[in-house]
Write a protein that binds this ligand. Structure first.
Ligand SMILES: Nc1ncnc2c1ncn2[C@@H]1O[C@H](COP(=O)(O)OP(=O)(O)OP(=O)(O)O)[C@@H](O)[C@H]1O
Length: 281
């Protein structure tokens, strides 16, 4: 057999042989809009809270972030919004590098952020809060006000009431409404259901989905992990500053590792709570 034919035979055998391949990473969104790539970030010198964290949100996607206390969920949102210094890694918006860009520039580029606390101006009325939201482009006020009160009709009824006099749920509506005034393409929500009664939590999730359905991409950090995974398109489980598990919300809900580590605890908590309620009766 000639050398050439031997080589050709070896090549054919090699290409027919099964090749060991790494498992496919979970499919990301078709049209990524905001991408965080291997972020390392923290508050104090030498102490990293994010340790190589990745996150992608696609156009029109609702992404949920869950994880144990102190995992770095809020820090991740703040890093995306220029409020915590990113030490390495990149954040891109529509393909453009926005790493460590200041929050006011990000708002002008279509990123909105609703922090968990102190998220309204208490001495201003609802309308004045909304005007603050659009101070970079006051000409947008009327059009955006119509959009916001379509999502939160209660705000129209209370237009002249001071935000400080509102309930927790109503204040949350004002905070989300204000962030929506600048017509964001991406909205970052830090625990929109925190401190609300179960009925109001449900309402917050429904409104969040409604906003998302109008075309706004949303990244939502949530303590109510089950409810969050039920409504989001994809979820991230953060652990020790890294994206430990990623996948469609409903897949994560049924993933034994996620149930064991993060959701199991919550289910037991719920069970214990109802047991102790029964004992009290
Ligand atoms: N301003 C800050 N200065 C120093 N350390 C901070 C600051 N804010 C948060 N941390 C620390 O960063 C870590 C992660 O906090 P972070 O709030 O991001 O976690 P989380 O996952 O959102 O937790 P939780 O679910 O309890 O809100 C914690 O150890 C926290 O103490």
């Amino acid at each position: 057999m000639s050398e050439q034919i031997k080589d050709a035979n070896e090549l054919a055998r090699a290409s027919a042989a099964p090749v060991a391949t790494a498992p496919e990473p979970p499919a990301g969104p078709a049209n990524p809009i905001l991408v965080a790539d291997y972020l390392v970030a923290g508050y104090l010198p030498g102490v990293n809270i994010l340790n190589g964290c990745n996150l992608t949100v696609g156009e029109g996607e609702l992404v949920g972030i869950i994880g144990p206390n102190g995992a770095g969920k809020s820090t991740l949102l703040k890093s995306l919004f220029g409020l915590v210094n990113v030490r390495s890694g990149t954040v891109t918006l529509g393909g453009e590098d926005i790493t460590n860009m200041k929050a006011n520039h990000l708002v002008a580029r279509g990123v909105g952020f609703v922090p968990q606390n102190n998220n309204v101006f208490p001495s201003l009325t609802i309308e004045e809060n909304m005007r603050m939201g659009v101070f970079l482009k006051p000409q947008l006020f009327e059009e955006r006000w119509e959009y916001v009160v379509d999502v939160f009709p209660k705000l129209a009824d209370r237009r002249n009431q001071r935000a400080g006099q509102l309930s927790g749920g109503e204040r949350q509506m004002v905070a989300m409404g204000r962030a929506l005034m600048m017509r964001p393409s991406v909205l970052l929500l830090d625990e929109p259901s925190a401190g609300l009664s179960p009925a109001l939590q449900d309402e917050a999730f429904i409104r969040t989905r409604m906003i998302n359905k109008t075309g706004v991409s949303i990244i939502m950090v949530e303590q109510n992990a089950r409810r969050c995974l039920q409504i989001c398109d994809r979820g991230y489980v953060l652990d020790q500053g890294k994206d430990a598990h990623v996948g469609p919300g409903r897949e994560l809900l049924n993933d034994p590792k996620v149930i064991g580590l993060y959701l199991g605890t919550l289910a037991t908590d719920v069970e214990n709570e109802s047991k102790s309620r029964r004992r009290l009766k």
